[in-house]
Design a binder for this molecule. Structure first.
Ligand SMILES: C=C(O[C@@H]1C=C(C(=O)O)C=C[C@H]1O)C(=O)O
Length: 591
């Protein structure tokens, strides 16, 4: 495997170190502060990347020579006319690069100049930046530009500091100058002390005088298409022809902004603590939501998605202000599980939405969430098999239950004609009579959840959802309580890892020996102890046809009874003891 040595661990050295590591290459560092290797190991390396100032070249190259390094030198210096002769003097093969790294080293802003005269270019295979080949002479023009840009920003920095009140453009320019001056001062000084630097500066001053004397000629007659909105975005368009890269810059900007937003939420939390105010400010949330929705409307942004995004940002901020354990629920927002979660948890702050019931079990087992809320049975549709099967498969406990009155609503947006009815199979099953009477010709389309059906709506379809979803997504409610049985209820279970005190019921699964009467023997144990069964359901054991597992819920079982059952069954899994709960009270429910 090729071994790469990085000498120098400033900004550029660190960047290349992380970049090459990420690519799975074998990289080591040698610098004043970090010595991952000894000098006598230099000979092991195929490449040595020099991320050091020009005035250290002699010292480092002689060290490399003395210690038998005979690979390729990769120089990242900007003054090629200074460093290349030194490298040649030591007789090394070399690759001369000039990384043009843009705003805070986002990769989308990074190009690398490769000097044509380099004697070994094999290292380029490891770099997937935009590479630009240039002769030493052409590269010199970059130096001229760099000298002038720096001159401008350095002088502007000192000039602007005298004026405390800044306009937006003065501020922007000032920030740019600060960004430059954040760099290693020695490098900045070296650039301005280069042999032609003084001439470059004087040429530019001459040019400035010319502009100043004939200013009318230099103000364009037409407006320039400029950087008026987001500077970086526009820069990105200039730098990247690749649209995916431009989108990536946008995504990174969004994340950077969210980071800033969340840091502000932390600050506001401190103020609220000082003033003894609650974290959540619903009044302000609603007010700002309306302002932002108006803002989005002016920009023709979809209000539904904008609203979801705002909701997410606000919950994110609140969760940062007050981190609570996560609750996993079948989503998206507006599912019946979400209704129950809201009822039990009061807020969506710490609710995570999952697309499938089994994903909630998986997340709980992996400690991504502290609790899950899942449906287990409906009066009309019967058991939710995915929940039963997940209870069998995953290592979690039932800690509580909640019975929820289901109101099925028929919703849509600007419907012209009803050709399709979309919903979760359970909701469809619960309103089949209604659908076949009212829409005998409609096609039935199944979705993963009732709320997911909303994203599938068009002018020719209706969805069956909760009222919460209809309100949240601003949909028209065409009818409600369309369920065939007006006593429609769903029982939800709360799953977790710890049991609550004072349980009333128990749940277990067991398998039996394949012989006459084996189920009866187990059921007799319940009878003998006068334990009432609430639910008995068989599930295929999924290994052999005709083999079943039995899911049982009953009044509370003690250990002695459980032992008796274990003695009669082939295999028993105790799924927990639980009772009805009407509120999730953290931290009580966790310890
Ligand atoms: C950040 C704040 O705290 C909460 C979060 C909000 C948000 O993220 O926009 C708004 C109001 C508060 O419920 C705040 O009070 O402004």
């Amino acid at each position: 495997m090729v071994m790469i040595l990085i000498i120098g661990f400033g900004r550029l050295g660190q960047y290349f170190y992380n970049y090459l590591k990420r690519k799975g290459l074998n990289v080591k560092v040698y610098s004043r502060s970090i010595k991952e290797i000894e000098e006598n190991e230099f000979s092991k390396f195929k490449y040595a990347i020099l991320a050091i100032p020009e005035n250290s070249y002699n010292e480092i190259l002689s060290k490399l020579k003395e210690n038998n390094f005979n690979g390729v030198i990769i120089d990242l210096a900007s003054k090629k006319d200074v460093v290349i002769p030194i490298i040649e003097q030591y007789g090394f093969k070399f690759l001369s690069l000039h990384p043009l790294f843009g705003p805070s080293i986002y990769e989308e802003f990074s190009k690398i100049v490769v000097i044509k005269e380099s004697t070994d270019k094999s290292f380029l295979q490891f770099l997937d930046f935009d590479l630009i080949e240039m002769s030493l002479e052409e590269h010199e023009k970059i130096n001229e530009l760099q000298v002038v840009t720096h001159l401008l920003l350095i002088s502007y920095y000192h000039f602007a500091r005298r004026f405390p009140i800044k306009t937006a453009s003065a501020e922007a320019l000032y920030r740019l100058s600060e960004r430059l001056l954040e760099q290693n001062p020695q490098i900045l000084l070296d650039i301005q002390k280069e042999k032609n630097a003084k001439t470059y500066r004087e040429n530019y001053i001459k040019f400035l005088k010319e502009v100043s004397n004939n200013i009318e000629d230099y103000i364009p007659k037409e407006r320039v298409e400029g950087f008026s909105r987001a500077l970086l975005l526009n820069l990105s368009k200039l730098w990247n022809k690749d649209i995916r890269k431009q989108i990536m810059v946008i995504d990174k900007l969004i994340l950077d902004l969210i980071k800033i937003r969340n840091d502000l939420a932390k600050q506001i939390k401190e103020i609220k603590e000082l003033r003894n105010l609650p974290i959540e400010d619903k009044k302000w949330e609603i007010e700002k939501r309306n302002i932002l929705l108006e803002f989005a409307k002016e920009r023709e942004l979809n209000p539904l998605y904008t609203d979801q995004l705002i909701e997410l940002l606000i919950s994110w901020a609140k969760h940062i202000e007050n981190p609570k354990p996560w609750i996993g629920v079948l989503g998206p927002i507006g599912s019946f599980s979400d209704e129950v979660a809201l009822k039990l948890n009061k807020t969506r702050l710490n609710i995570k939405y999952y697309r499938k019931i089994s994903h909630i079990f998986d997340a709980l087992e992996n400690n991504e969430i502290a609790l899950g809320i899942v449906p287990i049975e409906n009066v009309l549709g019967g058991s939710v098999n995915e929940t039963l099967d997940s209870l069998i498969k995953y290592n979690v406990k039932i800690v509580g239950e909640y019975i929820h009155r289901i109101n099925l609503c028929l919703v849509g947006k600007n419907v012209k004609e009803v050709k399709r009815i979309i919903s979760h199979p359970q909701a469809i099953a619960q309103s089949m009579e209604y659908i076949s009477k009212k829409f005998p010709n409609a096609e039935i389309v199944y979705s993963n959840s009732t709320s997911e059906a909303i994203s599938m709506l068009d002018e020719y379809s209706l969805a069956i959802t909760s009222k919460t979803a209809a309100i949240f997504y601003g949909l028209k409610i065409y009818d409600e309580h369309i369920e065939d049985n007006k006593e429609n209820k769903t029982r939800f279970i709360i799953i977790g890892k710890k049991q609550l005190p004072n349980p009333k019921y128990s749940a277990l699964v067991f398998s039996l020996e394949d012989k006459p009467g084996s189920l009866k023997e187990v059921l007799e144990i319940f009878h003998k102890h006068n334990i009432n069964l609430r639910k008995l359901e068989s599930r295929p054991d999924k290994r052999e046809i005709g083999k079943y597992l039995f899911y049982v819920e009953s009044d509370l079982l003690n250990n002695k009874i459980l032992e008796e059952i274990r003695a009669k069954a082939n295999w028993v899994k105790h799924l927990g003891n639980f009772r009805e709960i009407n509120e999730i009270e953290f931290p009580k429910i966790l310890d």
